[in-house]
Design a protein around this ligand. Structure first.
Ligand SMILES: Nc1nc2c(ncn2[C@@H]2O[C@@H]3COP(=O)(O)O[C@H]4[C@@H](O)[C@H](n5cnc6c(=O)[nH]c(N)nc65)O[C@@H]4COP(=O)(O)O[C@H]3[C@H]2O)c(=O)[nH]1
Length: 796
């Protein structure tokens, strides 16, 4: 579609950048999320395996402690002799030499009422001064009352001065319960409890581990056997945090995970979830299990005797197993940077392309626009015509082309200057625009030529005739230019598609033909093309070809028509009138080929031939006989005309005073100043100038005063009207009066009757020319002696 320029909407312009940015952000986010998930999964797998390993290592470490207690129990159960205090201390000391988590180990024999005194005495004998079996009461001890059975601390790794010696565990309910569990189940029981003599600074309860010891060689198959055969218990106090830390240190536990060990669920611990850990490897504040379970964590157990401590491992904050999402972040950042770069590049590219496209469009617009009027130009018009023609043909619709040519525009241009001409063209363009619909196409083809494409009418012929009539009327309205009021008109030719042609060339040619016809018909009118015009054109083209041949072959001849002095009746000279002796059509009068010769420029060569031949012929006439030669306005534009005339005179030897040049008023309309100067030059060498066909054209009397004419030739139309139109006499009379005043003579053309002759004589006309006085004749037929007026009149 050929169209005037319209800017691209911004969204469309930046669409590639927006799409790239959206896709880039989407891919970056999705990519980063995928990488984050992958990082998460990898970290989780690694974390869980590390945590599991850590838990196993811890359990192994704990088992190692327990196994040493079991070894101690074996000592008691395997020797035949009683284990002495020093043996116990040595053995236990050795067993737990490099086990810092072990606070103390004690041997608690099962003592019955009868054996009590014996044990107390034996301990005192071993150096535990004041040893006696005592029960725990509040924060202190009291001598234990008589009971059936005691479990007093008998041996211990603690100094012999420690008050815990003799402390009867049977008097401490939770500890006794642990002893019973251990005994009945023949298993190791564990108990989370506060020691009677805690180490300084200990915040947390410690872990008591109870190992049952049975009498050597006794059965322990049933609970009854076990209750019967129990010899005592070995009790060990573990400092759990110290113990676990020691294990982790010796096993080089991974710092990437933090391990929390929570107490087992017992009646004492009401809410395990909220309780704080007994051990935490993390340097930060210990977290409850509930807190830990909110994040990434691993759950497991640490078995101590018959109790399960809850293990919760979590990635150490800032450690290698905590997912930092650094790869995902990298993907996101790189993705965003790439997206931004791409989007910026596309924005810049779009901007550049917009600038380029704006420049291109501007160039295109300028290439399609007529700078002067702002209307589309010929190139645009032709492209649009092609497009509309194609479209209308497809749709089976009609349209018209109106070709316009301004009448008398040249006069304005020549007389008021090009500035005024330009202004006039702009005003015409505005008026034409105002007469058209939005869908019509109006263009300036160049000079004073405009063209319109009109479509969308039911009856294209009627519609275009109506539009042409309207335009013609509009353009005849006066135009106001600075200091001038100008009146012009327009000739319009119309061709209708598809009736008059199926392509651009045919339609334009036919609209042009119709325009030509309008101009020929007297301008300021419109003509719709019809087929006769083509035939005419063909004939005209043929004539033009023949005319060229005729000039080359010299098929022209001159006929001479005399003009006489009205007062004396004397023949004064002859007007040279050209004829074309056509080989097939015979003698063709000038009316039928002079206009074509003028249009084609052939008149220049033809006119020169006429001038030369007329001068040559006249040179042989009597010395007072003059010759009048018609000059076309086209010849007047030739720079060499003066030289041509001089050469014709010089070559023929005819004195300039015997040559009359006849020009029509139309010559005066154009190039007034130049033509005036030219006429003065002709006069300066003695040539006479006659204003021909006076009364037919503009007949402006001002021309008579403005230009240096010697003679006025009144057109034959006035003469033929003399007898039946009285005002013709009046006009001729006033022309004669004016001419006298201006020192000019007057010739009457087309005098056919004696009556006319007499009347003209009576009106004071100086010369007469017409069939009455002699028809145009070839030179051979001109009588050698000028006849007297009377005899001439008779001859006619
Ligand atoms: N009805 C009638 N007609 C009469 C009478 N007396 C003369 N005529 C015709 O009137 C025309 C007079 O010439 P024009 O006004 O200069 O008009 C001339 C002139 O304007 C032009 N023309 C003729 N020869 C030349 C030429 O060599 N050069 C140029 N540029 N124009 C020429 O052609 C026009 C026509 O010439 P022609 O056909 O020869 O027609 C001639 C002549 O035959 C009469 O009593 N009654």
């Amino acid at each position: 579609m050929i169209g005037r320029w319209r800017p691209l909407p911004l969204f469309r312009l930046y669409r590639p950048a927006l799409v790239a940015a959206s896709l880039g952000v989407l891919f970056s986010v999705v990519g980063a999320a995928a990488v984050a998930r992958w990082e998460d999964r990898v970290n989780r797998v690694e974390f869980e395996s590390t945590a599991e390993t850590e838990a196993i290592v811890m359990q192994n470490g704990m088992n190692e402690y327990i196994s040493r207690l079991v070894a101690l129990r074996t000592l008691f159960e395997s020797t035949n002799e009683d284990v002495t205090r020093s043996e116990f201390e040595t053995f236990a000391g050795r067993l737990f030499e490099r086990h810092p988590g072990m606070l103390r180990v004690a041997w608690l024999p099962r003592v019955n009422r009868k054996e009590r005194a014996e044990y107390e005495a034996a301990a005192a004998a071993d150096g535990v001064s004041g040893y006696r079996i005592k029960s725990l009461q509040g924060d202190g001890f009291a001598t234990a009352p008589q009971e059936d059975e005691y479990f007093p601390v008998f041996y211990s790794t603690q100094p012999k001065t420690s008050p815990v010696y003799g402390m009867d565990y049977a008097t401490i309910p939770d500890r006794y319960a642990a002893i019973e569990r251990a005994r009945d189940g023949d298993r190791i029981a564990a108990l989370r409890t506060r020691l009677y003599e805690p180490r300084e600074g200990d915040q947390l309860p410690n872990v008591l581990v109870v190992v049952p010891v049975y009498a050597k060689g006794t059965s322990r198959d049933t609970v009854a056997d076990r209750r019967r055969n129990q010899a005592g218990v070995i009790v060990a106090a573990f400092d759990l945090p110290l113990l676990l830390r020691a294990i982790r240190t010796t096993t080089a536990a991974s710092p990437a995970i933090s391990v929390n060990v929570y107490p087992p669920f017992t009646g004492q611990i009401v809410s395990l979830e909220q309780s704080l850990p007994d051990f935490s490897s993390s340097a930060t504040a210990p977290q409850s299990m509930a807190d830990v379970s909110k994040g990434v964590h691993w759950s497991g157990n640490l078995r101590i005797g018959d109790t399960d401590w809850q293990v919760r491992a979590l990635p150490t904050a800032g450690g290698p197993l905590e997912t930092a999402y650094d790869r995902a972040l990298t993907v996101l950042v790189v993705g965003m940077l790439l997206t931004m770069s791409l989007a910026s590049y596309l924005v810049l590219a779009s901007r550049n392309s917009r600038r380029l496209s704006l420049a291109n469009r501007r160039v295109l617009e300028l290439a399609q626009t007529d700078i002067l009027t702002g209307l589309p130009n010929r190139a645009f018009f032709l492209a649009r015509l092609d497009e509309i023609n194609r479209q209308m043909r497809e749709d089976g619709l009609t349209f018209s082309i109106l070709m316009l040519d301004l009448d008398r525009f040249k006069n304005v241009n020549d007389s008021l200057g090009h500035g005024a001409g330009d202004l006039l063209l702009r005003q015409v363009a505005q008026r034409l625009k105002s007469a058209l619909r939005q869908s019509d196409v109006l263009a300036r083809l160049g000079g004073d030529e405009f063209a319109i494409i009109q479509e969308g009418c039911d009856d294209q012929r009627v519609c275009s005739a109506e539009l042409a009539g309207r335009i013609a009327k509009l353009v005849t309205e006066p135009f106001l230019l600075p200091g001038h009021r100008v009146e012009i008109g327009t000739s319009i030719g119309i061709a209708i598609a598809p009736e008059h042609g199926s392509n651009q060339e045919q339609l334009l040619r036919k609209a042009d033909l119709a325009l030509y016809r309008s101009k020929a018909a007297g301008r300021n009118c419109f003509t719709i093309y019809d087929e006769a015009m083509s035939a005419e054109l063909e004939a005209r083209n043929m004539l033009e070809g023949d005319l060229r041949d005729a000039i080359a072959r010299c098929q022209f001849e001159l006929h001479y028509q005399p003009f006489v002095d009205v007062a004396s009746g004397q023949r004064c000279g002859f007007e040279a009138l050209v004829r074309w002796r056509h080989p097939t059509r015979g003698l063709i009068p000038p009316d039928q080929f002079i206009p074509l010769a003028e249009e084609t420029g052939l008149i220049v060569a033809l006119g020169e031939w006429v001038l030369r031949r007329a001068c040559e012929d006249a040179a042989s006439w009597p010395s007072d006989a003059r010759v009048a030669v018609n000059l076309s306005p086209v010849q007047f534009k030739e720079a060499e005309l003066f030289d041509v005339i001089c050469a014709a005179l010089g070559d023929s030897g005819l004195p300039p005073e015997r040559l009359e040049i006849e020009i029509t008023e139309s010559v005066l309309l154009e190039r007034g100043i130049e033509n005036h100067a030219f006429m003065e030059r002709l006069k300066s060498i003695g040539i006479e100038l006659a204003l021909d066909d006076f009364g037919t054209g503009y007949s402006s009397l001002s021309y008579l005063t403005a230009f240096p004419f010697d003679k006025i030739k009144i057109d034959k139309s006035f003469i033929s009207n003399l007898s039946h139109r009285p005002h013709s006499s009046a006009i001729i009379s006033s022309i004669v009066t004016l001419a006298r005043g201006l020192d000019m003579s007057v010739t009457a053309e087309g005098v056919e009757t004696s009556e006319q002759f007499e009347r003209l004589k009576g009106l004071g006309v100086n010369f007469a020319q017409g069939y009455l006085l002699g028809r145009p004749q070839p030179i051979e037929r001109i009588a050698p002696e000028p006849p007297v007026a009377g005899s001439r009149l008779d001859a006619a």
